[in-house]
Design a protein. Structure first.
Length: 188
């Protein structure tokens, strides 16, 4: 008798991973690896500030795709990458999601690669915030999170614990299993 292969709900799904400028950007590497193990195809877009924390070469190697780094690349190819994404992907994950991107998207600001891409894409959007606990507790951040939830965006609350600043509080990127399980649930 042959074994039946368990097919992941992520098999052949195209997921856009938006990486923003948090120290937790390095954890995006594990997110990519785990999603690819389940058969997902990953397209990465990284903000300018995200590039200060992790290199595009690493993300390209792990995703097996060119990384989108700029809204207006120096050597543009035909079309606009951020517009083309609106038609090619199944889901968007922003991990880590900074206070900056949460507030921009919550208020309709589209002035960089990630916020402009989010403004044009109608696919389900999942945000996994990671920041200092004071940034997470900031009233503007919490208002933006409330607005995003009302717009049916999924916010995976950050965890409480020791932060990069050595402070303790709610602000750590959610556990990898929590993030992957949230994505799986969307496709079930």
């Amino acid at each position: 008798m042959t074994k039946k292969k368990n097919i992941s709900p992520l098999e052949n799904k195209i997921i856009l991973l938006g990486v923003t400028g948090s120290i937790a950007a390095y954890k995006s590497c594990e997110i990519i690896r785990n999603l690819r193990k389940e058969g997902a195809q990953i397209q990465v877009a990284i903000s300018k500030s995200g590039q200060k924390f992790i290199g595009s070469a690493t993300l390209a190697a792990l995703s097996n795709n060119k990384v989108i780094t700029d809204l207006f690349p120096q050597n543009p190819e035909g079309g606009l990458e951020h517009i083309d994404l609106a038609f090619d992907i199944d889901l968007i994950l922003i991990a880590p999601a900074t206070a900056n991107i949460l507030c921009k998207v919550g208020n309709g600001v589209a002035d960089d690669l990630i916020s402009t891409t989010l403004s044009v894409c109608e696919q389900k959007q999942i945000f996994a915030p990671a920041m200092n606990y004071r940034m997470w507790q900031n009233q503007a951040t919490q208002t933006a999170v409330d607005i995003l939830r009302k717009r049916e965006k999924i916010i995976i609350n950050p965890e409480e614990g020791e932060l990069a600043s050595l402070h303790k509080g709610e602000g750590r990127l959610a556990n990898l299993d929590t993030i992957i399980n949230t994505i799986r649930k969307f496709f079930l």
